[in-house]
Ligand binder design. Structure first.
Ligand code: NFE
Ligand code: MG
Length: 563
């Protein structure tokens, strides 16, 4: 007899995500539903505003990828108006992106995804001396340096446990059989979890150096960047470089080492060896280099066929809402997309936790739309970006990926797994950090002969304009689409990474990446579905981004029992 498992809210993400799965007698997932139960309204409130204000308004879609929507909004307007920005502005925008990635991916791995891999309670029984020796296997200069430091971390966490103040470590599925680290490995990772709290602050400061502040930097305008003389002073530049070095060091000696450790310890754990079931991947080119090239390539891979990468064709993107809480007559291209709510509620059902309101899989069940490329679901994110660049023979990416696979003793197929998705994010962070220095150097060289940072945009209010931007956000490809009429925004749509990955099933019955990733997964205990959370966290969900529409009346849409 099948049983329904409900996980709501999925914690350690941004926003409200609910996952439901149906498991058979062997506790294997046969059906899955992904839903955002959060309702916001930013695409709608942009209508009738000045295109010059778009960036600052769309930035409020999310405080996590806190620069991505800002930049995407401004670049959509620039594309519509035909504004060419100066090279210095391109470099600076790219360096802000580098800073964001170094922050966002570290926070994801340690503070959002880390406890899916690390059993904190187990770390308390570790032998600190053995842990210090173990750490040397994954880097010759571990951040978790010595026995003394590891013992201090252990004592600190023991102190939390004894006083009952577990904070972020409360309410996990400690002891679950799919945790594979030894107590010593758990202690190493736990010490990096704590260290990462300091390092992420330094990375956030890197973004603030060029952005004025973080979250929500504000140095971009349509046409370029502002505050240049102050931001690009030698002292500021030096400060960025120093912080960059500190964070890069951590990425090598902790982040990379810990992913290598996970690749070894979890190499036979079935629940992390699946999880990539929509084998279509898409990314855009981003992170500008000196010669007008990009660190990462654009492209689309269908059916996991790395021998064939096609160029992204923006005309082939559509959003389907047949199972999302919106009205429409069929899939819509974002230039003419609408956002009209049509909430239909939940259905009472028996679940492993008793009778509950559950998602209506046959009807509408999420505030997330379902973007499709050529009518197919597509995964976006660091794994897609790396696969596209890898398949295109991008030298930096090929060397990075092959180097990691060799160190971990894994075949290329290992990329198509939950572990591969997590490793791809780490490798992307490493590549961005190392190649970002080239962008920094190129900007310094260029500034010697070119001080320009702004081109005044020209908008004729008698003309109509349409434009879009396509960038990589930390969670994947992000596109913004704008129509301008009478000098004001006529229509605006954002097609967001988490929307691509988390959307519900489409009119053709095709599941998106989240739902598909869970099919075939066997759970150790359906009442403690750690495996589901681990797979879903590997995508780094952000529901604030994925929904970006708001109920201004604040009406109650459903009531949930949170157990
Ligand atoms: Ni709110 Fe976002 C990113 C965007 S999400 S975090 O990265 O765009 O899908
Ligand atoms: Mg949208």
């Amino acid at each position: 007899m099948s049983q329904r498992v409900v996980i709501d809210p999925i914690t350690r993400i941004e926003g409200h995500l609910r996952i439901e799965v149906e498991v058979d007698d062997n506790n294997t997932v046969t059906k899955a539903w992904s839903s955002s139960t959060l309702w916001r309204g930013i695409e709608v409130i942009l209508k009738g505003r000045s295109p010059m204000d778009v960036g600052l308004i769309v930035q409020r879609i999310c405080g996590v990828c806190t620069y991505s929507h800002y930049r995407a909004g401004i670049e959509a307007v620039e594309n519509a108006l035909g504004t060419q920005i100066p090279l210095n502005a391109k470099y600076l925008r790219s360096l802000m992106q580098t800073s964001l990635y170094m922050h966002d991916h570290i926070v994801h791995f340690y503070h959002l995804h880390g406890l899916d891999w690390v059993d904190v309670v187990s770390a308390l029984s570790a032998d600190p001396a053995a842990a210090a020796a173990e750490a040397m296997k994954y880097t010759n200069k571990p951040i978790a340096a010595g026995e003394g430091e590891l013992r201090a971390v252990q004592e600190k966490v023991k102190g939390f446990v004894e006083t009952g103040k577990l904070g972020p470590f409360a309410n996990a599925y400690w002891g679950n059989g799919t945790y594979k680290f030894t107590p010593e490995q758990n202690l190493i990772a736990l010490s990096h979890y704590l260290k990462a709290l300091e390092v992420q602050r330094i990375a956030a400061e890197m973004l603030a150096i060029f952005g004025g502040k973080s979250p929500h930097p504000q140095s971009l305008v349509v046409g370029g960047v502002t505050s240049v003389r102050d931001m690009l002073s030698p002292a500021r530049l030096q400060e960025w470089k120093q912080k960059h070095a500190t964070v890069t060091d951590f990425i090598h000696r902790a982040y990379k080492a810990d992913v290598l450790m996970a690749a070894t310890a979890f190499s036979n754990e079935p629940s992390v060896l699946g999880g990539v079931n929509v084998k279509n991947f898409m990314s855009t080119n981003d992170f500008v280099l000196a010669n007008g090239e990009y660190i990462f390539d654009q492209g689309v891979i269908m059916d996991g066929d790395l021998a064939n990468v096609s160029d992204v064709n923006p005309d082939l993107i559509k959003e389907d809402v047949s199972h999302a809480w919106y009205k429409s007559d069929g899939p819509q291209h974002p230039y003419d997309g609408t956002t009209i709510p049509d909430y239909t509620g939940f259905v009472e059902r028996e679940t492993v936790y008793g009778k509950l309101p559950t998602l209506d899989g046959d009807g509408k069940y999420s505030w997330v739309k379902s973007p499709r490329y050529q009518d197919e679901p597509v995964e976006v994110g660091p794994l897609s970006s790396l696969l596209v660049s890898y398949a295109r023979g991008n030298k930096v990416v090929v060397e990075s990926v092959n180097g990691f696979l060799a160190e971990a003793g894994l075949p290329v197929e290992a990329l198509f797994t939950t572990l591969g998705r997590t490793a791809a994010r780490m490798l992307q962070t490493l590549i961005v950090a190392e190649e970002g220095v080239k962008t920094f150097d190129a900007m310094l060289v260029n500034m010697q002969s070119d001080e320009s940072t702004y081109t005044k945009p020209v908008m004729d209010s008698d003309k109509e304009y349409a434009g879009y931007s396509m960038i990589e956000a930390p969670r994947g490809m992000l596109s913004h689409w704008i129509r301008i009429k009478g000098g004001l925004v006529e229509n605006y749509q954002a097609v967001v990474p988490t929307t691509w990955n988390a959307g519900p099933v489409d009119a053709n019955g095709k599941m998106g990446p989240y739902e598909a990733s869970l099919i075939g997964l066997t759970l150790e205990d359906p009442t403690k579905p750690l495996e589901v959370i681990r797979i879903i966290h590997s995508f780094d969900p952000c529901m604030a981004c994925s929904v970006h529409v708001m109920d201004f009346k604040g009406q109650e849409l459903s009531e949930f029992r949170i157990s």
